[in-house]
Design a protein around this ligand. Structure first.
Ligand code: HEM
Length: 389
């Protein structure tokens, strides 16, 4: 048993050395989680091949007897909490909205929001990149897409951040309760307001027209998942790329000289230090073996994406950030049936944001160390990133 809580704050700031130690010992470990999940025990998969196989293994399910995910009752049912055939049904209902082609149509609006944010930020000469740019961009995009009214967004943002990076178990539970109540009201308002041009309104119509295909719980769950997954992660991709580049001035110069390197730089940031550190919990629906470790039915398994993507057996010199490297197969968006639905949108937002930021800030630099590493083991990222230009 390895107690991850013993590594203290430095584990939240940089878990990679710990994951390297674990990988050297073997691909799967029994661990005790750090705060706020202190004391909770689970299996942790850190080897690349084992992680990839586990993510695609139907024996590792979301629902198994005796396995309860709290928040489920409040938020409702959603894709990341369900198995086939229910998962297939939920995903099929929405997948068409997030294909590469559909998402490409959002580019002009994403560019417009990016330009407005930079117009407001640039005259100031210095700013917190998270607050002024990386956070409002994806938040605005997903809220507009789903139809969350502008005055509600700051409150929504505070609740959703508490859920993905909880400061304590108590405050996480409180945020679940408040967000569930907010979503219930939002859906009710939209139902009363009648047809509108946003995704949530159209999902409500789907419910009505197709003989109740989405229940009220499922509708709430869908809204929750799309809204939360749709912005908390992309913020950390945008700041992650900037952090990687400012820490590697040679590669920043290469990118400035040749913007065709941007896609590779984004993919390498995803591999090297992606926004999602661990996939969401899975549970063994029957006994199985992962990398020589016997997992009993009913036991929890966490797949560590950050550790898997730095496995030297898959990516040579894995700790080195190299925008030119072959990154195919990285697990930053997951793998298997739960592979990130929003990957095309996240990549598009990151491309537009980073291209515009670099073009309009030719001398972008850090203005102090990035700080406020997100607590918990779900997300990698910082709350503050002071920059100047
Ligand atoms: C850089 C940004 C993003 C990253 C790194 C990311 C990462 C992930 C990962 C790792 C998973 C799988 C989790 C698991 O298997 O437990 C996932 C699932 C998901 N993501 Fe993303 N995501 C990002 C952006 C987005 C965006 C913009 C959306 C908006 C629509 C989104 C929607 C979803 C949904 C709906 C799922 C669940 C899919 C399913 O269960 O079938 N994500 N994401």
């Amino acid at each position: 048993m390895i107690d991850l809580g013993e590594y203290g704050a430095r584990f939240a700031e940089d878990p990679h050395p710990v994951y390297a130690e674990l990988r050297a010992l073997g691909p799967v470990h029994r661990v005790r989680l750090p705060p706020p999940d202190q004391g909770h025990e689970t299996w942790l998969v850190v080897g690349y091949e084992e992680a990839r196989a586990a993510l695609a293994d139907p024996r590792l399910a979301k629902k198994a007897e005796g396995f309860v995910f709290y928040g489920d009752d409040l938020i409702g049912e959603h894709m990341l909490l369900s198995d086939p055939p229910q998962h297939t049904r939920l995903r099929t209902l929405i997948a068409g909205e997030f294909t590469g082609r559909r998402v490409a149509a959002l580019r002009p609006r994403i560019q417009e929001i990016t330009d407005e944010l930079l117009d407001a930020m640039l005259p100031r000469g210095r700013a917190d990149l998270v607050e002024s740019f990386a956070y409002p961009l994806p938040l605005t995009v997903i809220c507009e897409l789903l139809g969350v009214p502008e005055p509600d967004r700051p409150a929504f943002r505070a609740l959703s951040t508490e859920i993905v990076a909880p400061t304590s178990g108590e405050s996480e539970q409180k945020a679940f309760v408040e967000l569930a109540a907010y979503l219930r009201d939002l859906i009710e308002d939209k139902r009363c307001a009648g047809p509108a041009d946003d995704l949530l309104s159209s999902l409500i119509r789907t419910t009505a027209e197709d003989g109740d295909r989405l229940s009220a719980r499922e509708l709430r769950g869908m809204a929750f998942l799309l809204l939360v997954a749709g912005h908390e992660t992309t913020v950390n991709l945008i700041t992650g790329v900037v952090r990687s580049l400012l820490g590697n001035p040679g590669q920043l110069a290469s990118l400035r000289a040749d913007m065709t390197l941007l896609d590779g730089t984004i993919e390498e940031t995803l591999r090297h230090d992606g926004p999602v550190e661990n996939a969401t919990f899975r549970c063994a629906a029957e006994p199985l073996d992962i990398g020589g470790t016997a997992i009993a039915a009913g036991e929890e398994v966490m797949v560590c994406l950050s550790a898997a993507d730095r496995d030297a057996a898959r990516y040579p010199a894995p700790d080195r950030f190299d925008q030119g490297r072959e990154t195919r197969g990285h697990l930053a968006f997951g793998h298997g049936i739960h592979y990130c639905l929003g990957a095309p949108l996240a990549r598009l937002e990151a491309r537009v944001a980073l291209r515009s930021l670099l073009e309009r800030c030719p001398d972008l630099a850090l203005d102090g160390p990035p700080s406020g590493w997100l607590p918990g083991m779900l997300m990698r990222g910082v709350r503050r990133m002071p920059v100047r230009w």
